[in-house]
Design a protein. Structure first.
Length: 292
């Protein structure tokens, strides 16, 4: 079955009406009707023939088609049953030849099982609402699951937050976690006219390339706990926020001095690499306390 013209809001609207389907606001659904934007986003992934890719929220498959045309082997996570049915019809040949697998359900619930069953892909992409993007990225990094490259389209403010630098208004625990696992860069901005239905916000692509953390002493789960703890009360200094993380007779001032952090510093001014150093010092201090 041929799909509707992905560049035509009227054709997409007609298709949905004829098939008794509707856009679900709770899923943050919008179709990207800008073919140039689709091509640029796919280019950011630098896909190679046969390379495995996860796509989150394919909808009716406009980006899926783009990825498949570049030779990728795609696993598409789709929560909307109506869209799943349409994808099966549009891409039956690709499913038969094994270049496309449609995972029906919530990616937040499915991704671990998918890795257990089929292994981890090298790349991932998706047009994501903030809550899904933040939860998925945080969960995968905390579980030490890092992709070689991620390209997500998110609300522009979210993209800016993911790439924010220390001392800026958008720098947060989420910024630190993203930049702990990845080098984060912002890509093309997409106005409301690039989508149908038109969203009320501007979107932006964000490109994330995996950092080499093999030599890092950090436990990703422990690191995430440290970061969230230090950002838990933004008005408080790191000195005050880190006290629950200390054991024994450890003096927080001594730990901060080893890391070159001032006692009156706040978390939003600390670089990712200094957070990594702080995690390492706290880990060594805890080991010493256990042996004493």
């Amino acid at each position: 079955m041929n799909h509707p013209d992905y560049n035509s809001p009227s054709e997409l609207k007609t298709f949905l009406e004829q098939n008794g389907m509707a856009m679900q606001k709770r899923f943050g659904q919008n179709f990207m009707v800008n073919p140039s934007a689709r091509s640029k986003i796919a280019c950011c992934l630098d896909l190679h023939a046969g390379e495995r890719l996860w796509e989150v929220g394919p909808g009716l498959g406009c980006m899926t088609e783009e990825f498949l045309s570049r030779g990728a082997s795609v696993t598409a996570f789709e929560i909307d049953r109506g869209f799943v049915s349409a994808l099966h019809r549009f891409f039956s040949q690709q499913e038969q030849d094994g270049s496309l697998f449609i995972a029906e359900g919530d990616v937040l619930r499915l991704w671990k099982d998918e890795i257990r069953m089929h292994g981890q892909p090298s790349k991932i992409a998706g047009n994501l609402p903030y809550n899904i993007a933040a939860t998925f990225i945080a969960d995968t990094i905390t579980e030490n699951v890092l992709f070689d490259r991620c390209v997500f389209t998110v609300q522009k403010e979210v993209a800016q937050r993911m790439a924010a630098r220390p001392g800026s208004a958008g720098y947060s625990a989420f910024s630190v976690l993203c930049q702990y696992g990845y080098t984060v860069k912002t890509g093309i901005s997409l106005g409301p006219g690039s989508f149908w239905p038109r969203p009320a916000v501007v979107s932006q692509a964000v490109i994330m390339e995996k950092k080499d953390r093999d030599s890092s002493p950090c436990s990703s789960r422990r690191f995430a706990h440290l970061v969230h703890t230090l950002f838990s009360a933004r008005r408080k200094t790191v000195l005050n926020n880190m006290k629950p993380l200390l054991s024994g007779e450890t003096q927080p001032e001594a730990v901060l001095e080893k890391c070159g952090i001032k006692t009156n510093e706040r978390a939003e001014n600390i670089s990712v690499e200094t957070f990594v150093l702080l995690d390492s010092v706290l880990s060594e201090t805890a080991k010493t306390d256990r042996l004493s």
